[in-house]
Design a protein around this ligand. Structure first.
Ligand code: SF4
Length: 464
């Protein structure tokens, strides 16, 4: 997967300086968090549900090969054509070949993070296959020639005015920032494409190992149209989307919509078992499922990071993260931004290229607290920081700085001395005291003339 995470510090600095972007991201994430809170607070058993979700994800990831085998067998029994792709290149080729065999030169597509990871659209367009994103957020991003900035709200960084201008320019429709008119304009453009398309591509939210059922949640009915109207449906999923049983689905259907969009339930939940048949005359003639590994099986054997595969892609950890709120999603340079992106991008793709991402966290733990499947995100970030340092990926200056800091804090006397020097410098230089990377945007704070330790020592001496 193409990563731009090496540019994180540069892109983050630019994003922090963009007040307009920050206010849009903050507003959108704030709305999501408020809506989430309302529907989570009404469930007295939310914590038990989270634990149940965690336990079920754990069972699957710790026995991934077995559950994968069960799912594939069940899907094949349902008349589905199943393919396994070890890597991204293999995944792209399988999908391209299916489209070619269907003699299609265009596809309609619903939202799928795995296809983002595959850079599928770019490959298909390069090979003469037109791709039309049908989820409104993805459609906006495609028109703007951008990448998603959030895993559930791809156009979260755009205001309705931005979208109105974009539609005016690209779709030649009168300017209107009325959301109903924006939606109607998109619908008008997309409707005919659904009717014409021979191939529809979708993602998958959950895949039931016992019945082979695919579950896809959505609010716009575009998934329904992508998966039912075309003759051929290609469902693209990654290996960890499997859940043990159809009976476990209600738990995840309580956890996901509440955490992702602050809804008790999404407007549509599609349960797809197979292609059309004598008993079920609706739906596509062929259903293909492409299952991508892309490094996940390797992570499922990792003693710590395997937990990152429990993720159900709700996006709540992004909404609550102070770093994501300040820089938005593009700065991360990965398909997966925010706390979970900062864990899985180094683990799954490249520790070296993504070495700055685990440091993009205040370690406040809000991501861990909000995660519906209880992934211990901030401790995973800490673990990866240690790995990055151990592998020698930090700069020489940083290593020296940390070594000096360590030497200083290991001795109370040296700590005291450093505090006094700092206080003296601050007194002499005032608020303009420089601290690289910090003071260009902030003033240096006051330093107390005496340390807490010496004050306490003094107090206990007087108290005797
Ligand atoms: S890590 Fe948890 S909170 Fe973040 S996207 Fe995944 S499931 Fe949601």
């Amino acid at each position: 997967m193409e990563l731009k995470s090496t540019q994180f510090k540069i892109e983050a600095r630019k994003a922090v300086g963009d007040a307009d972007l920050r206010s849009k991201v903050k507003k959108a994430t704030g709305v999501s968090l408020t809506k989430r809170k309302e529907v989570v607070d009404e469930l007295p058993d939310w914590e038990e549900l989270r634990q149940r979700g965690y336990d079920l994800r754990k069972v699957v990831i710790e026995n991934l090969d077995e559950y994968l085998r069960r799912f594939i067998e069940a899907a094949r029994r349902n008349g589905v054509l199943v393919y396994e792709a070890d890597d991204h290149k293999g995944g792209r080729k399988i999908i391209y070949d299916i489209i070619r065999r269907a003699s299609a030169d265009s596809v309609v597509k619903s939202k799928s993070m795995v296809t983002e990871e595959l850079h599928l659209n770019a490959m298909l367009e390069e090979n003469g296959i037109r791709v039309l994103e049908t989820d409104l957020g993805e459609y906006i991003i495609q028109l703007a020639d951008e990448t998603p900035s959030h895993i559930t709200a791809p156009a979260l960084h755009k205001s309705k005015e931005d979208i109105a201008r974009l539609f005016q320019e690209k779709l030649n429709v009168p300017y209107s920032d009325d959301p109903a008119k924006i939606t109607a304009a998109a619908r008008g453009k997309l409707r005919d494409e659904f009717l014409r398309a021979r191939v529809g591509i979708s993602g998958v939210n959950f895949a039931c190992a016992d019945t082979g059922t695919l579950t896809i949640v959505e609010n716009e009915a575009n998934v329904r149209l992508c998966t039912i109207l075309p003759e051929v449906h290609i469902a693209v999923m990654s290996v960890e989307k499997i859940i043990p049983s159809f009976d476990d689905l209600p738990i995840f259907l309580k956890l996901l919509p509440r955490s992702a969009t602050g809804q008790r339930m999404t407007s549509y939940v599609s349960l797809i078992n197979g292609p059309r048949s004598l008993h079920n005359p609706d739906g596509p003639r062929q259903l293909h499922i492409v299952i991508l590994d892309g490094g996940r099986k390797r992570i499922s054997n990792h003693p710590v990071l395997k937990e990152s595969l429990y993720c159900i892609r709700c996006g709540a950890c992004m909404n609550v993260c102070p770093i994501y709120q300040s820089v938005g999603g593009h700065a991360y340079g990965s398909v997966y931004p925010g706390p979970i992106g900062s864990v899985i991008t180094p683990a799954q793709f490249s520790m070296k290229e993504a070495k700055d991402l685990p440091f993009a966290s205040s370690l406040c733990g809000a991501c861990t607290d909000i995660c519906p499947v209880k992934i211990d995100l901030h401790h995973h970030l800490l673990y990866e920081r240690r790995e990055i340092v151990n592998r020698g990926y930090k700069s020489f200056i940083e290593k020296i700085g940390i070594a000096v800091w360590r030497w200083m804090v290991l001795s109370p006397g040296r700590m005291e001395f450093a505090g006094r020097i700092g206080w003296l410098l601050r007194k002499m230089l005032g608020k303009s005291m420089p601290a690289p990377g910090w003071t260009p945007h902030r003033q240096f704070p006051e330093i107390a003339s005496r340390s807490f330790r010496s004050l306490m020592k003094n107090k206990s001496t007087h108290g005797k």
